[in-house]
Design a protein around this ligand. Structure first.
Ligand SMILES: Cc1cc2nc3c(=O)[nH]c(=O)nc-3n(C[C@H](O)[C@H](O)[C@H](O)COP(=O)(O)OP(=O)(O)OC[C@H]3O[C@@H](n4cnc5c(N)ncnc54)[C@H](O)[C@@H]3O)c2cc1C
Length: 301
């Protein structure tokens, strides 16, 4: 069956990619690896759901078999959710197919045997457009397409796994505090903060707003005033709160990449030329040691 073959270990991304395939007028064929996911995704609009039976728990160990399936079925595209596991699988499948691949695409369209993709590179400074000829592999982050609904046919298939890869152990990692990526409001502290005791100012603002506290990389990695999981940006957390307020954050591109999906961005910085003001919906040029207590007072009133 030709069409767009889809895999994601995050069901919401899989549903969005199915939405893309349907909006492009293509058949959507979803690969799932357990019955529970097959059930959950039953009404996601996929024309066909392949429930893969195999010997391995590791999805990436099926890369060669998936490549073979795509060839045999005349697939037009293998679209994979851009999660760590998805990226790993996608790269392997592209190698076995010896085909073109684009990672983390933000837009995707098709025409005349080609796939037109766009993606953001250099930490968000540049948008790159690429054309992939023929059967291709792409990875797609969440939030790019609208999911649809509808039931399709469920088919059990058996694929051979690469037994050179085996799962030894899975260990949960303990996290301190809340998940920043799920926070509705975030107060972000930058290197403009003079002393560790001044973190109290950020904590008071966060308490007044009911917000989580995040920071720039230097606050976590150089000054160690907050744990590493609290820093936001290209190498830290990517957040999409309803409200993001920064205090003494210059707004370098590596940080802004992590906040660009926030609904409202407010920047407080003493330097009117700070790049945060280019990313912000509202900017307050001023000394945070004066501005933030006034904000807290206004919020408490
Ligand atoms: C490969 C790479 C990856 C990176 N990844 C990340 C990342 O994921 N996340 C990240 O955050 N950074 C990252 N960085 C670092 C990034 O480039 C910036 O250096 C960093 O974001 C700057 O942090 P900052 O805004 O807190 O500090 P600064 O750039 O030093 O800015 C401090 C700001 O505070 C203001 N200020 C000073 N005093 C006051 C005051 N009293 N009141 C108000 N404002 C005041 C200043 O005007 C200034 O704008 C990365 C860098 C590289 C090279």
């Amino acid at each position: 069956m030709s069409g767009v073959y889809i895999f994601s270990d995050k069901n919401d991304i899989a549903a969005e990619i199915i939405g893309f395939a349907k909006s492009a007028g293509k058949d959507a064929i979803l690969l799932v690896f357990d019955e529970q996911t097959a059930k959950v995704m039953g009404n996601s609009g996929a024309d066909k759901i392949y429930l893969v039976n195999g010997e391995s728990e590791l999805v990436e160990s099926y890369a060669r078999s998936i490549a073979q399936l795509l060839r045999e079925e005349g697939a037009e595209l293998f679209a994979v959710g851009a999660t760590p596991r998805g990226r790993d699988l996608a790269a392997r499948v592209a190698v076995y197919l010896n085909c073109g691949m684009a990672s983390d695409v933000s837009t995707l369209s098709c025409g005349d045997g080609q796939w037109l993709t766009q993606r953001i590179i250099y930490g968000g400074a540049v948008q790159q457009t690429e054309v992939l000829e023929g059967l291709a592999v792409v990875t797609i982050p969440g939030g790019k397409f609208e999911p649809v609904s509808g039931t399709g046919e469920m088919v059990n298939i058996t694929l051979a796994a690469d037994r050179r890869i085996s799962l030894e152990e899975t260990m949960p990692i303990g996290h301190q505090g809340a998940d920043l990526s799920a926070a509705e409001k975030v107060v972000c502290v930058g290197m403009g903060l003079e002393k560790e005791e001044d973190m109290q100012l950020a904590k008071d603002l966060a308490a007044a707003l009911g917000a989580e506290i995040g920071c720039t990389r230097g606050i976590a990695e150089e000054r160690h005033w907050l744990p590493a999981e609290r820093y936001i940006g290209i190498s830290g957390a990517v957040i999409k709160p309803k409200l993001y307020i920064s205090m003494g954050v210059s707004g370098q591109v590596q940080h802004v990449v992590g906040i660009r999906d926030s609904q409202v961005i407010v920047g407080i910085d003493i330097n009117e030329k700070a790049p945060i003001f280019a990313a912000a919906d509202y900017g307050i040029v001023g000394d945070m040691y004066e501005v933030v207590p006034l904000l807290i007072k206004a919020l408490s009133e």
